[in-house]
Design a protein around this ligand. Structure first.
Ligand SMILES: Nc1ncnc2c1ncn2[C@@H]1O[C@H](COP(=O)(O)OP(=O)(O)OP(=O)(O)O)[C@@H](O)[C@H]1O
Ligand SMILES: [Mg+2]
Length: 637
């Protein structure tokens, strides 16, 4: 790997020629330049020239002949009178085969190779190719000379691990182009693969690599030209976590946030989701978390077996990481770098999951920079545009039909770490106003070790109703209704529990006591899931469905139990058997045995239809359904 300025660097690529401007002020990571003699664009990349070093920076604001740039590196030694070289390129990433399996910082510098060459303390001003420039890829053309193509249409393909990496017409081509030449064979990402001619007659030579400005949604111009289309998400993203998939679902191509107080399990939950979700590619954006945690992620992932492919999880993962010890500006950009890479693979027709941990650190980086620029602050000193920044970030998720008809998705899940676990703070509030699934973690549940510590009483999903057609077709016609009944039981159980705190157990009816026990049962055996048990850690949707229907049968039954101790004893035994069922591999002998024991226990106390009709039962709830889920044919999903 060479340590040099990438040949994809704007300095080489832009025909604009570099312009220079003098520095008039330096304030930590912010430098101001006098641009009275120079053209300058917002979000343009500049390099602060410091001896041999070139410190990458980005124009944030231009006003009154002065441009403010955030510098992505330590600015010590930079002084008034030094120069900044403007590149004419927006802050961009390289899109090419070879991205999968990489660990990048927020500016797409590959961390593994940087560390190899320079040790752990990265010197300033070092630029390394984002993807290996020497590696060769077998390029197979998908088009022939003379064909007319639109932006985003496939020119050819090359295998990238287990995926077919599609090489597409650059996303910024504004009109149909004609292919005048196409290559084939074993090529590097800098070798020409095709030549196109624009309607104006202008020719452009294409390679397997293209650049894209990270702050601009990748399908933006294709959507505007109606050669790509945004599609409403209607299918769930299976994460294999029961409380999510069954109770508070996320749609494929949708958005979710996981706010939670310090130590409530945000990172563990995100890593479970990353590992087991039914997606092709995972982008992990670790922004501003503790350095030790990031190192853990980087060392753990390559060694983790991918439950979906049997290979290494890293083969379909890209990690973008910035620890809080890196400059603030690099943290802020990392989230955009990550989502742009996600959009790129979505454009090929893949299902991508982008997870950001935590977006609070990203927002704090934005706050620091905004403070330095002396912008008018909003709530808690966050910039006034906090809401719109959060909104436009989550809006980059979605399901997109591309110009070749291929469907791809980006699902975006962000954690939020509000100080003191107070969800009223601005970042949580702005995120809640944007996302469609809210998975709120509670300190109380984490303290009780009820993991995942998602609080079902405050969490919600707008996708449950939105995906009702899918559930009716693929799971059961009454699915949404049944899930809502489970929510109701949890709320009723909580109400009864609160009442008991005041009146004591004796102050509530036996019927209420049983309803509370049923809600505890639902919580203990279905909402909670053991991340450290090899079987329970991940439950496929088909098994979740069977399990949910069994839970439903248990909680809907009426029981002939008339004392509180008897009820407690009955449900304690049931919970213990059910947990063992959860730990048993599907279709194993012990699975069958626990299932039989659960059945027998339930039947021993269940009020028979005849008894109930004669009115001999005065306890429990409505609705006797004696035909259980295990008697029905299974549906595979
Ligand atoms: N699903 C789980 N099963 C078992 N233990 C868990 C689970 N989730 C979290 N824990 C325990 O809680 C600890 C803290 O979890 P985690 O680091 O994910 O919290 P966090 O919310 O990301 O914290 P921070 O706010 O510090 O980033 C873990 O080290 C683990 O011991
Ligand atoms: Mg964490």
């Amino acid at each position: 790997m060479t340590t040099k300025t990438s040949s994809l660097d704007p300095d080489d690529a832009s025909g604009d020629g570099c312009r220079r401007a003098p520095i008039v002020a330096v304030q930590e990571s912010l430098v101001s330049i006098d641009v009275s003699d120079t053209r300058v664009m917002k979000n343009e990349v500049g390099h602060v020239l410091l001896g041999e070093q070139r410190l990458k920076s980005e124009v944030l604001r231009v006003q009154n002949q002065v441009a403010d740039l955030q510098v992505f590196e330590d600015t010590s030694g930079v002084k008034v009178g030094d120069e900044v070289e403007l590149t004419g390129e927006m802050l961009s990433v390289t899109l090419a085969p070879g991205l999968l399996g990489k660990v990048y910082d927020g500016l797409q510098n590959p961390l593994a190779s940087l560390a190899e060459e320079h040790g752990f303390l990265l010197p300033r001003g070092i630029v390394v190719d984002a993807v290996d420039a020497e590696r060769r890829w077998d390029f197979t053309p998908a088009v022939t000379k003379g064909e007319t193509l639109q932006a985003g249409q496939v020119l050819g393909t090359t295998p990238e691990g287990i995926f077919e990496h599609k090489i597409m017409v650059p996303f910024d081509e504004r009109a149909a182009v004609e292919v005048t030449w196409v290559n084939r064979g074993n090529l590097t990402i800098h070798d020409p693969v095709a030549r196109i001619v624009r309607p104006s007659g202008e020719e452009r030579t294409l390679t397997m690599a293209q650049r894209w400005p990270v702050r601009r949604p990748l399908p933006e111009s294709m959507l505007r030209r109606r050669i790509a289309e945004r599609v409403y998400p209607t299918e769930p993203l299976t994460t294999t976590q029961r409380i999510i998939d069954t109770i508070i679902p996320i749609a494929r191509g949708g958005t979710a946030c996981i706010p939670g107080p310090f130590g409530s399990g945000k990172t563990v939950l995100q890593s479970l989701i990353a590992r087991h979700s039914a997606v092709d590619i995972v982008i992990i954006i670790a922004c501003g978390e503790r350095a030790g945690e990031v190192v853990e992620t980087i060392t753990e992932y390559p060694e983790t077996m991918d439950p979906r492919t049997g290979g290494s999880l890293m083969d379909r993962t890209i990690i973008i990481c910035n620890t809080s010890s890196m400059p603030v500006a690099a943290r802020e950009s990392s989230i955009y770098t990550g989502i742009t890479l996600g959009e790129y693979y979505r454009q090929m027709g893949y299902n991508v999951l982008c997870i950001a941990d935590s977006t609070s650190r990203w927002a704090q980086a934005m706050r620091e920079t905004s403070g330095r620029m002396e912008e008018i602050p909003g709530e808690e000193a966050f910039p006034a545009y906090l809401d719109s920044s959060i909104k436009s970030l989550y809006e980059r998720a979605g399901l997109i039909r591309g110009p070749d008809g291929q469907m791809g998705s980006v699902t975006f899940i962000g954690t939020v770490s509000p100080a003191g676990g107070n969800f009223e703070e601005p970042v949580t509030q702005a995120t809640l106003a944007t996302v469609k699934t809210f998975l709120g973690l509670s300190a109380d549940r984490a303290y009780k070790r009820f993991y995942p510590a998602i609080d079902p009483l405050i969490s919600w999903s707008r996708y449950l109703d939105q995906m009702s057609e899918w559930y009716a077709k693929n799971l059961s016609p009454t699915w949404v209704e049944d899930v809502k009944a489970a929510h109701e039981l949890l709320h009723r159980g909580d109400d009864i529990y609160q009442m008991m705190q005041v009146t004591g157990e004796e102050g509530i009816t036996m019927g209420d006591f049983l309803a509370w026990q049923k809600s505890v049962f639902l919580d203990m055996v279905f909402l909670q899931q053991d991340a450290y048990d090899p079987v329970d850690a991940s439950m496929p949707l088909g098994r979740q469905q069977r399990s949910f229907e069994l839970v439903k049968e248990v909680v809907e039954a009426d029981y002939a139990i008339d004392d509180r101790d008897g009820a407690r004893d009955f449900f304690t035994r049931l919970i213990s058997l059910y947990r063992n069922l959860n730990y048993s591999p599907d279709d194993s002998a012990e699975y069958a045995r626990y299932l039989r024991e659960i059945r027998a226990l339930v039947d021993s106390k269940r009020v028979k239809v005849a008894d109930a009709e004669e009115g001999r039962s005065d306890v429990g709830r409505v609705d006797n359904r004696h035909k259980g889920p295990m008697d029905r044919p299974r549906k595979s999903t």
